[in-house]
Design a protein around this ligand. Structure first.
Ligand code: COA
Length: 192
């Protein structure tokens, strides 16, 4: 997997712009990450301070410049509204593998925005980053996220029991994976 720098990458879809976060996004990112509905199955509890958003964006800017991971803010083209974020994390160069993560403002659920963003992000991962595998870690109770993954042809590969402890809550985790070969088959429209 070639080493990348991601800080200048922008992706476009029909309704969305995917672009690196800037400090101007801190209030929107804080609103997103402090919403208990969005954070219900996250690996951390809802944020209590905007300083966490500012610190995440600062960390992103360094990580994106060094190609350590990739996170985009998702902006709606029609009105410029910040809808959420998505990215590829835990990059493993040798195994050409990454973990996908995503979150959408509650008001934007149910319109297919994340599907649209992830189609483009996954294409970028398999083509520009030469990934061979994209994986996801999702709470089995997170029905919307499970549906989003399955709609993108991710395969369920395993169930990890009591994998996370978030606050005081012990949570299971499902592992999902999408392989380059499966993505290419789906893209070419060939059914196996
Ligand atoms: C996971 C999450 C992004 C899913 O949001 P979502 O809006 O359901 O996701 P999608 O973009 O896949 O949209 C699919 C929905 O939009 C609908 N939709 C409407 N217009 C659409 C269009 N043009 N194209 C596709 N879907 C469309 C679909 O029917 C579907 O709704 P339904 O499930 O009620 O039938 C969202 O629930 C979220 O942010 N959760 C909190 C964070 C989180 O859990 N992240 C994942 C951690 S593993």
């Amino acid at each position: 997997m070639p080493t990348h720098t991601f800080e200048k990458v922008n992706l476009h879809t029909e309704r969305l712009l995917l672009r690196p976060l800037t400090q101007a996004d801190a209030p929107d990112l804080y609103e997103l990450r402090s919403d208990p509905r969005v954070m219900r199955y996250h690996s951390t509890t809802p944020w209590q301070s905007i300083a966490l958003a500012q610190a995440l964006i600062q960390r992103d800017q360094k990580a994106m410049a060094e190609g350590e991971y990739l996170r985009f803010g998702i902006q709606r083209l029609s009105d410029g509204k910040f809808l959420g974020s998505c990215g590829l994390f835990n990059l493993d160069q040798q195994c050409r593998r990454a973990e996908i993560g995503y979150e959408l403002n509650f008001a934007a659920w149910g319109f297919g925005y994340m599907h649209e963003a992830l189609v483009e992000l996954i294409a970028f991962g398999f083509t520009e980053m030469s990934l061979n595998r994209i994986e996801a870690d999702v709470d089995p109770r997170n029905a919307r996220s499970v549906l989003s993954l399955e709609r993108l042809a991710f395969q369920k590969e395993g169930h990890l029991r009591e994998c996370w402890i978030v606050g005081d809550e012990v949570c299971d985790s499902l592992v999902y994976g999408l392989l380059l070969s499966e993505w290419q088959t789906k893209k070419s429209g060939v059914e196996k």
